[in-house]
Design a protein around this ligand. Structure first.
Ligand code: ATP
Ligand code: MG
Length: 321
């Protein structure tokens, strides 16, 4: 089965990205035909500093590779290295009702947060649809925030197929309820663009700072606490198995444990979890030409896979004459 997902290099990758997406993608390599890309066209909706985008792209790639993405086994590339996806986006735009995009929560949320309402942000789900359809993806594992966009992709695929014949596989979203939405330090969805993240591969001091800013209520140390309403617990549990979660719950409910104490434990847990991958990440970032070469090979694989779809689209639409 072909599985596809992408991640924006719009800032440092964070625990929400890891548990919501990267961890699963890395595991899928075992048995599935994995397509995974760094979504730098998408990131242009929020990043206008060219150096930051270029650097973010290399770092996101290095993080993914260090954490276990295998570019031999999977197809791993940078979105803009296969610009054919833009041609497909245009073809699909003509099958995208305005109302479909106007209903998208992600657009509305971002605009409500003060992000400029430009056409790129609005049309983003069409580009995402092209990402999915170009490679005939069967499944798209996403966080809850992206579920609606996969529905948009299905709608567009059906409309297009209806007009031109069975060109596209109609994709399905896959959402893991366990980690549906990882909360950020303020309790809202952890998101690069919301400034509420706990990032992967931070230096100790910076990591501690991010963890200490997790918002908690003012229940005194001695009093029992409700883990289900605690942002620290909601993040900590991602690192724990069922039994460990149960034990931590008991400590919350017994009282006598302050939020500072559990934050310190979370800090150590996050640090120790990522330390084994940090050396590999450093090596990758110390050889940028090697990293670029790896990404170029990935782009070749992706381009070959997409070419067949695009040929059909050009033929059916009359672009090939
Ligand atoms: P941005 O704020 O720029 O949209 P983001 O932090 O939401 O960035 P994306 O690149 O949009 O990250 O998302 C990459 C993947 O990570 C997607 O599959 C998305 O669903 C998932 N993801 C992002 N944030 C979370 C989260 N807080 N919890 C679970 N999954 C998440
Ligand atoms: Mg997002």
């Amino acid at each position: 089965m072909r599985i596809l997902s992408g991640i924006q290099p719009s800032g440092s990758l964070h625990l929400g990205n890891y548990f919501g997406m990267m961890k699963k993608m890395i595991a899928y390599q075992e048995n599935e035909d994995l397509f995974c890309f760094i979504a730098n066209y998408h990131a242009m909706t929020s990043v206008t500093d060219g150096n930051a985008l270029a650097r973010g792209t290399l770092e996101a790639a290095a993080n993914f590779l260090a954490l276990g993405m295998d570019p031999e086994r999977s197809t791993f590339w940078v979105q803009s290295d296969v610009p054919e996806v833009q041609e497909l986006t245009w073809a699909l735009s003509n099958f995208t009702p305005m109302g479909l995009l106007e209903r998208c929560h992600s657009y509305k949320d971002k605009v409500a947060k003060g992000i400029a309402a430009n056409h790129g942000l609005f049309a983003y789900p069409v580009l995402m649809t092209a990402d999915i359809l170009l490679f005939q993806s069967d499944r798209v594992p996403v966080g809850k925030d992206q579920k609606q966009h996969v529905e948009v992709a299905r709608d567009i695929a059906l409309k297009f197929n209806n007009q031109y014949g069975e060109i596209f596989t109609v994709p399905e979203a896959e959402i893991d309820d366990e980690v549906a939405t990882v909360p950020g330090t303020d309790g809202q969805k952890m998101s690069k663009s919301y400034g509420n993240t706990i990032d992967l591969f931070l230096e100790e001091k910076a990591l501690r700072k991010q963890i200490m800013r997790i918002v908690t209520d003012s229940t005194p140390v001695e009093a029992p606490k409700d883990p289900d309403r605690c942002n620290v617990f909601q993040i900590y549990r991602l690192f724990l198995d069922k039994q460990q979660q149960q034990a931590l719950r008991k400590r919350y409910e017994a009282g006598g444990m302050g939020y500072g104490e559990v934050k310190q434990e979370l800090f150590e847990t996050v640090r120790d979890f990522f330390t084994p991958f940090a050396e590999r990440r450093r090596e990758l970032l110390a050889d940028l030409d090697g990293l670029r070469a790896t990404l170029a090979r990935g782009a070749d694989k992706a381009r070959q896979a997409g070419a067949k779809t695009l040929r059909k689209v050009r033929k059916k639409t009359g672009l090939a004459y």
